[in-house]
Design a protein around this ligand. Structure first.
Ligand code: NDP
Length: 242
């Protein structure tokens, strides 16, 4: 199904993994993009047409807002935002450095809230728009050494669903995407080597995980429905993931 909408799409965390794959897919389908991340050189290397690339930390509300306003000046108001930027710092909370919890809550929760607030007033006024938040299957069930990460992702589910109820009568869609394990850079930031090794063995035993493009396709599916259809949540994982 081909979308007739070609408004601005904002994607956070576009420098790698799911965000980069999603940016490519939306670009191939003709959407102007604002791509956000800290490693802007990696975003620019995607070399996508009709795209503004901005070095922005999603926890910095002011910088995020400035980038969005600049993109709107070029491409018009945002048709959609995909709040995808996230970090996963797995750890045993009995010994984990609390700074790692703060980083996850700042990026995974505050970053998502920042993105939502920046576009929501205009979407509600326009009676159209889509907010897609990338959560995790770890926002639906718990896993060992995921306590703080699960806390952030259960939060993303709750925030998205609550905001959806509030904006529904203004015809604004809210979607939660909850991927299982996907081959990206996500695990690389975890500092505990034993936990990292255990995660890698778990993936191997499973016989493979999803590709970033699998998640991009799920995001595209939800977005590409008519505005009157809100796919509220997609939980998507490798067939062999339990
Ligand atoms: P990656 O690590 O490859 O991508 C994460 C992206 O987030 C990067 O582009 C990174 O860009 C960006 N990012 C991190 N911190 C910030 C920040 N403060 N400001 C702006 N951008 C930031 O992992 P994934 O593609 O896997 O992760 C994307 C999303 O998918 C995350 O929300 C993750 O929790 C979720 N997810 C991933 C799963 C997986 O197994 N891979 C499973 C379930 C959910 P930069 O460093 O340039 O700022």
């Amino acid at each position: 199904m081909e979308s007739s909408k070609k408004g601005l799409v904002i994607i956070t965390g576009a420098s790698s993994g799911i965000g980069a794959a999603t940016a490519k897919l939306f670009s191939e389908n003709g959407f102007p993009l604002l791509l956000i991340g800290r490693r802007v050189e990696k975003i620019e290397a995607l070399d996508l047409p009709n795209t503004l690339c901005k070095k922005v930390d999603v926890t910095d509300h002011k910088a995020f807002l400035t980038a969005v306003r600049e993109a709107e000046g070029k491409f018009g108001e945002a048709e959609a935002i995909i709040n995808n930027a996230g970090v996963m710092l797995l750890g045993d909370i009995a010994i984990q450095n609390p700074q790692e919890w703060k980083t996850m809550f700042d990026v995974n929760i505050m970053g998502v809230l920042n993105g939502m607030q920046i576009v929501l007033p205009q979407m509600r006024a326009r009676k159209s728009g889509t907010i897609i938040n990338v959560s995790s299957i770890a926002g639906r069930k718990t896993f060992g050494n995921h306590a703080a990460y699960c806390g952030t992702k259960f939060g993303v589910h709750a925030i998205t669903e609550n905001a959806r109820e509030e904006a529904a009568l203004d015809n604004v869609r809210m979607v939660t995407i909850a991927p299982g394990a996907v081959e990206t850079e996500l695990l690389s930031h975890t500092t505990n080597q034993d936990i990292k090794d255990g995660y890698e063995s778990w993936k191997e035993e499973m016989g493979g995980v999803l590709k970033p493009e699998d998640i991009a396709n799920a995001i595209w599916y939800a977005f590409n429905q008519p505005q009157g259809v809100n796919v509220r949540e997609i939980v998507i994982a490798a067939t062999k993931q339990q």
